[in-house]
Design a protein around this ligand. Structure first.
Ligand SMILES: *Cc1c(COP(=O)(O)O)cnc(C)c1O
Length: 394
C-alpha cells in the first residue's frame, strides 16, 4: 500500500508491505526462486550496475522478502529493512558492519546470552573490544565510553531481568560521543516500542519471537533510520549470505497480520499474572514493567505503548523451588524462546544464558533462581490455575 504511513499501526500491519500484484492476489505471493530471468544481456548488466532495480538473485533480493522488509521498516518508522535468516544473523551482520579491529562497543549487561557470547568469545579474536554495564544507569554507560567506542548496544526491556533503559537519553549520549545506537527490540516489537523514533540508528529483531509469533519460524530483521546505513548493512548481509528464504518471509508476513491483537491479549494476561505472582506467598520478587513496583515503571510508561508479556520472577525457595514449578506446569510449555501464542517457561541461568560466565550473570542480575515466563494468549484463568497447582507442590 503506497499511502500506508497515514494509517494506524494495526491497519499497516494488515495492509502494509510493498509488492507488485499483477494478478490481484489478496496475500503476498511466494516467489520461491533462487534466480530471476533478465529481459536481455543489457538488462542484466543494468540490474548489476544499479541503473535498473530488477531482481537478480534471491540472496540479493526477492519480492516476497522485500514485502516483509518494507512492512517492518514502515512499522519501525525506518528507511530500510534487511531481512536475515535468524536474529543472530542480524546481530552478527550489525557487529561486522559497524565494528572494526580496535573498535569498542558498550552494551547492556543483561542481553540475549548469545549476543554477548559471540562478541566476547569470537569478535574479540578479531580485535573488537566490548564492555557490559547496567544500561538502566546513564552514569554507568558514560563511565564505560572510551575514545574508540563506536556502538552503544541496548536491549530494553533487558533479557531476562526486565530492566528498562532510557532510549532517548542513550541516543543523545551515543551521538554526543560519535557513536551509533543499536537496539534489540525483540521483547517489544514495533507495536509497543519504536526506538528509531527515539533517536536510535539501527533496530533489529529476532522475528522468531513476537513478529512471527507462532513458534514455527526462525528469522531476523534489521531496520535503519537512514538509507546510507541501510545500504551498508544490506551489502554486509548479502556478502555474509545470511539472507532469509521466501517461504520464511511469507510466514512472518502472515504472523505480523495478527501482531496487534496477539500483543493486546498476551499483555492483558501478563498484567493479571504478574499481579497474581506478586501477591503469592511463595514468590520472592516479580519484575514486570506494568507493575507499579517495577523500579522503572514510569520510564516504561513513557517509552513503551504497553508493558508487553514477558515476566521474570524468583520463588522464595530459589532454584530448587523454580525447578519444581517448571517441572509441574501443564498449560505453559517448558521451552526457551518467547513471544508466541503459547505460554513458555524457562530457566535463563541454565538455559538461554548458560554460556554467559557466572561472574557476568551475577553482575547482570541473572540470579540462579530467576524464572522467565513468556505469556501467551490462552485463557488467563487457565494460566493462573496452572501456576497455582504447580506452586502448591513447591
Ligand atoms: C531469540 C533472541 C535473539 C536471537 O534470535 P534467533 O532468531 O534465535 O537467532 C536475539 N535477541 C533476543 C532478545 C532474543 O530473544
Amino acid at each position: 500500500m503506497k499511502q500506508s504511513k497515514k494509517l494506524g499501526i494495526n491497519s499497516r500491519m494488515i495492509h502494509g508491505g510493498e509488492f507488485e500484484n499483477p494478478l490481484g492476489s489478496a496475500t503476498v505471493p511466494i516467489y520461491q526462486t533462487s534466480t530471476f530471468i533478465f529481459d536481455s544481456a543489457d538488462h542484466g548488466a543494468k540490474c548489476f550496475s544499479g541503473e535498473d532495480d530488477g531482481y537478480i538473485y534471491t540472496r540479493i533480493g526477492n519480492p516476497t522478502i522485500n514485502a516483509l522488509e518494507t512492512l517492518v521498516a514502515d512499522l519501525e518508522s525506518g528507511a530500510q529493512g534487511i531481512a536475515t535468516s535468524s536474529g543472530m544473523a542480524a546481530v552478527n551482520t550489525i557487529y561486522m558492519a559497524l565494528l572494526s579491529k580496535g573498535d569498542h562497543m558498550v552494551s547492556s549487561a543483561a542481553v540475549y546470552g548469545p549476543s554477548r557470547v559471540v562478541m566476547e568469545q569470537h569478535w574479540s579474536r578479531f580485535g573488537v573490544e566490548s564492555t557490559y554495564v547496567n544500561t538502566a544507569s546513564i552514569e554507568e554507560i558514560k563511565a564505560a565510553i572510551r575514545p574508540n567506542s563506536r556502538v552503544l548496544y541496548i536491549e530494553t526491556p533487558a533479557n531476562p531481568t526486565m530492566d528498562i533503559t532510557d532510549l532517548e537519553a542513550c541516543a543523545k549520549l551515543a551521538h554526543d560521543h560519535g557513536m551509533l545506537m543499536v537496539v534489540d527490540n525483540t521483547f517489544c516489537s514495533p507495536y509497543l516500542q519504536r526506538p528509531l523514533e527515539m533517536g536510535a540508528d539501527v533496530v533489529f529483531h529476532s522475528m522468531t519471537k513476537f513478529l512471527n509469533g507462532h513458534a514455527d519460524i526462525v528469522a531476523g530483521m534489521i531496520v535503519t533510520r537512514d538509507k546510507a546505513l541501510g545500504s551498508k548493512l544490506k551489502s554486509m548481509m548479502v556478502t555474509l549470505g545470511c539472507n532469509m528464504d521466501p517461504h520464511q518471509a511469507y510466514m512472518v508476513i502472515r504472523g505480523i497480520r495478527t501482531l496487534g491483537i496477539r500483543i493486546e491479549r498476551s499483555q492483558a494476561n501478563a498484567m493479571k499474572i504478574a499481579a497474581y505472582l506478586e501477591n503469592h506467598p511463595k514468590v520472592e520478587w516479580v519484575m514486570y514493567p506494568g507493575l507499579p513496583s517495577h523500579p522503572q515503571h514510569a520510564l516504561a510508561q513513557k517509552q513503551m505503548d504497553g508493558f508487553g508479556s514477558m515476566i521474570s520472577f524468583e520463588l522464595k525457595g530459589g532454584l530448587i523451588a523454580g525447578k519444581v514449578l517448571m517441572d509441574n506446569v501443564k498449560v505453559a510449555i517448558l521451552a526457551v524462546s518467547l513471544g508466541g501464542v503459547e505460554t513458555l517457561i524457562q530457566h535463563p541461568a541454565s538455559m538461554t544464558h548458560s554460556k554467559v560466565s557466572a561472574e557476568a550473570k551475577l553482575k547482570a542480575g541473572i540470579t540462579d533462581g530467576l524464572v522467565r515466563y513468556s505469556v501467551g494468549i490462552e485463557d488467563v484463568d487457565d494460566l493462573i490455575g496452572d501456576l497455582e497447582q504447580a506452586l502448591l507442590l513447591v
